[in-house]
Design a binder for this molecule. Structure first.
Ligand SMILES: NC(=O)c1ccc[n+]([C@@H]2O[C@H](COP(=O)([O-])OP(=O)(O)OC[C@H]3O[C@@H](n4cnc5c(N)ncnc54)[C@H](OP(=O)(O)O)[C@@H]3O)[C@@H](O)[C@H]2O)c1
Length: 281
């Protein structure tokens, strides 16, 4: 099975293209420089030439705050880019797996979101990713949508690395305690994606490490597990204003993943421990 990965220079993309070799899997990773998803003819040409069986579409405009002042940039990549990938994949009969986000929900709840709950994104980023979800369903006949959240891993900047770097530099740490979600290790997400795209179990899935926490609890766990002695002050979202509104509670319930018989990702704290071991190596 030939799997083309878009956004292969990103956190998830890099994890996917380094996925341990299996005899029946071939990964073709394309970075933004190698295939800009906003250019339809270029996307069509690449996909026609490579003829993948599956496209895992991990490329995205992920600058959540900047998107508020640059909506055209976010929609160009997340909406039109996704349409381009879906159309070109459909032409060669490839399945498409679109990576989406917990930010398609408004967070006005206190129970985990179901895959088919109504969406109501608060931010431009969330709205543009939701537009991508709609377009992939419109232009592909064989689509998966996988929503994930709070992603970290060895490649690229992320919350875990930032907390560790600041603590080690002795910088004061203040972290919001009133936003709840589920951290997700790219390694575990990649394993699920590979398991999923081998099947014909099309539809929407929520895939995160199991369990939930606040950003503050996540930051405390990072320091505890890494054995870094530093104190963290909890704060509220109001005291830390940012351009893009975030959902207050965006835990993704994983009914469809279990219903279809897939293996759930391990608990978030176990995954964090595994990641910190990987970082040390
Ligand atoms: N990170 C999270 O916490 C999180 C949470 C929920 C969902 N997600 C979703 O998960 C997926 C992977 O996220 P990630 O953390 O790996 O993000 P990332 O590290 O920001 O990677 C995204 C990649 O897409 C590339 N890209 C941007 N514009 C492009 C274009 N026009 N054509 C081709 N590639 C382009 C970026 O390249 P440049 O660096 O050159 O711009 C980058 O390499 C995304 O769909 C994201 O929306 C992420």
């Amino acid at each position: 099975m030939k799997i083309l990965v878009t956004g292969a220079g990103g956190q998830l993309g890099q994890e996917l293209i380094r996925y341990p070799a299996c005899a029946d899997l071939e990964f073709l990773g394309l970075t933004r420089e190698e295939m800009d998803v906003t250019l339809f003819e270029a996307v069509r040409e690449k996909i026609r030439a490579l003829r993948p069986d599956v496209v895992i579409h991990a490329a995205a405009y992920t600058k959540v705050d900047l998107a508020e002042s640059r909506p055209e940039d976010a929609y160009r990549v997340n909406a039109l880019g996704t349409r381009n990938v879906a159309l070109a994949a459909e032409e060669v009969g490839a399945k498409v797996c679109y990576i989406s986000t917990d930010y398609v929900f408004d967070g006005q709840t206190d129970r985990p979101y179901h895959e088919y709950d109504n969406t109501n994104p608060l931010s431009v980023y969330g709205k543009s990713k939701r537009a991508g979800e709609i377009l992939v369903q419109g232009f592909s006949s064989r689509w998966f949508i996988v929503r994930t959240s709070w992603v970290y891993g060895p490649y690229g900047p992320n919350f875990v690395k930032t907390i560790l770097a600041k603590a080690k530099a002795g910088e004061p740490l203040r972290v919001v305690a009133d936003q709840h979600g589920s951290p997700t290790y790219t390694n575990d997400l990649a394993r699920f994606l590979i398991e999923l795209v081998r099947t014909e179990e099309y539809g929407i899935y929520h895939a995160t490490n199991q369990g939930q926490c606040s950003w503050y609890e996540f930051a405390c766990a990072i320091l505890e597990e890494a054995g870094v002695p530093a104190s963290i002050e909890p704060c509220t979202t109001d005291t830390f204003p940012r351009p893009a509104p975030r959902p207050r509670f965006s835990v993704l319930g994983q009914t469809m993943l279990r219903a279809a018989g897939f293996t759930p990702l391990r608990p978030w704290r176990d995954a964090l421990r595994a990641f910190l071991c990987e970082l040390e190596e």
